[in-house]
Design a protein around this ligand. Structure first.
Ligand code: SF4
Ligand code: SF4
Length: 450
């Protein structure tokens, strides 16, 4: 088994033990994981230590506030003697360095994109997991409601034949009170950002960066390119919007985001946004939970339809989708307003574009940035490859009963009843408590070249 498969078995076993109420017996849990995954190494104390380290990291309490991305030093060894270090190669900000054969993360440069997690050949890089908390929550969801909100990129992730309806029924069978598409909230944030763009342009401002869904991109601006901070829309992400609306509707609701993203685990913890979303699970973690609960994904549990969102809300899953949705919404507000977008596909490209924007060299007035190449369908918590996932997303979007965000009656209902009651703007640039310098010359004097 490769490290990713071993980690999956650790998650499944952990979730199973929590369901059975056996979590106290850590040694038994470690032994059962090793006998299942690495039976030939049952007597190897190093393997015991490795699994124990991973488990300890998974079982840390939230209030210990562990870093989102962590190296387990004892496990970082298999590429020591090689010139090729996959984690340093993949890191888009140069945050990882290697001294004396061990790797370190510079927290001032790490934007928490999670791309290093899947590349480590030793399984030494872990992202914080809230699987244990969710497994515990689901045990009493009949008393305290737990809502799953699922990201637009979910289609196809759990198997070719696992339709949205089958997945929704399976999540309900596992204990979630109800399942909602985050794309519903994307329809609402699209309308708000389109209106914001209109106002900015009519006030004579020159540029807007959509902040919609990608916390890694936002953190990249904050840490690497803070001069353009004033150009970023303050509208909250669809995940936060959906969580806020559910809690506005039902104060005691607990909300779990299921998606492709590691960076969102920390977005949900930001003091100015919490407690909109209580826990964040990746698709990989959700798959482990379903497996531990022995939930079948063959349709035998039903096909509850998902009809929450428009075509344009659902295409947020891939790079360019946010732009397409907002351009359409801007045109319906004012057909004569010129919107000239550029897109950053992956943090490397985002960084290049932001540098050009800072210098006033981009001929555009709107930018979308997606931290992962391909967008969320390429996120580090996905199960299938980006090329395989994109067609599923497009097909599901085409099946929507309405096309543009503004055509979605469900979104208008939620917006009037709940969204407008919430605090739906965020102080994104104060995300990590750093003081972001003011750069009024970029915000107000930015003049794109003609
Ligand atoms: S999470 Fe992203 S930015 Fe941070 S060290 Fe890993 S690859 Fe680099
Ligand atoms: S592109 Fe999507 S999955 Fe990737 S970091 Fe951004 S929000 Fe997360």
């Amino acid at each position: 088994m490769n490290p990713q498969e071993v980690y999956h078995r650790i998650l499944v076993n952990l979730a199973r033990q929590i369901r059975e109420g056996n979590i106290k017996n850590k040694e038994k849990l470690i032994r059962s994981i090793i006998s299942e995954c690495l039976p030939e190494k049952q007597q190897d104390p190093k393997i015991y230590q490795k699994v124990e380290k991973q488990l300890d990291y998974l079982l840390r309490e939230n209030n210990e506030n562990p870093p989102l991305i962590e190296f387990i030093e004892e496990m970082c060894q298999e590429c020591q003697t090689s010139d090729h270090h996959p984690c340093t190669d993949v890191c888009p900000t140069g945050a990882i360095s290697c001294f004396d054969g061990t790797h370190y993360i510079d927290r001032n440069l790490c934007v928490e994109c999670g791309r290093c997690v899947n590349t480590c050949i030793s399984g030494a890089i872990l992202a914080r997991s809230e699987l244990a908390q969710v497994a515990t929550m689901l045990k009493d969801s009949s008393i305290n409601p737990v809502y799953a909100i699922i990201a637009p990129s979910f289609v196809g992730q759990f198997g070719r034949d696992v339709t949205p309806g089958i997945l929704k029924s399976a999540l309900r069978a596992m204990g979630f009170t109800e399942v909602y598409e985050v794309a519903l909230a994307a329809d609402i944030t699209t309308l708000f950002e389109a209106e914001e763009f209109r106002q900015r342009m009519e006030q004579g401002k020159k540029f807007m960066i959509t902040s919609c869904c990608c916390p890694a991109f936002i953190k990249f601006i904050e840490k690497i390119r803070p001069k353009v901070a004033n150009l970023v829309s303050p509208t909250v992400s669809p995940m936060i919007a959906m969580g806020k609306m559910l809690k506005e509707r039902e104060k005691e609701a607990r909300v779990v985001f299921i998606g492709p993203c590691i960076a969102k685990k920390n977005e949900a913890k930001r003091p100015d946004l919490a407690p909109a979303v209580d826990c964040v699970l990746t698709y990989k973690e959700t798959k482990a939970l379903l497996e531990a609960a022995e939930i079948r994904l063959d349709g035998s549990l039903g096909h509850m339809e998902m009809e929450d969102a428009s075509h344009d809300g659902r295409i947020y899953a891939h790079t360019g989708g946010v732009t397409e949705a907002i351009v359409r919404a801007v045109k319906s507000l004012n057909p004569h307003l010129k919107i000239e977008p550029v897109k950053g596909n992956g943090l490397k490209q985002c960084g290049e574009l932001l540098e050009e924007i800072e210098k006033g060299k981009v001929k555009a007035n709107f930018m979308e940035g997606m931290g992962c190449p391909g967008g969320c369908v390429g996120g580090p918590g996905t199960i299938i490859k980006v090329a395989e996932a994109a067609p599923y997303v497009k097909k599901f979007a085409r099946r929507s009963k309405c096309f543009a965000a503004g055509d979605n009656p469900t979104a208008h209902g939620w917006m009037e009843d709940y969204y407008k009651m919430t605090d739906h703007l965020s102080e994104k640039m104060a995300m990590s408590g750093r003081k972001v310098p003011e750069h009024p010359e970029v915000a107000t004097e930015y003049i794109p070249p003609s």
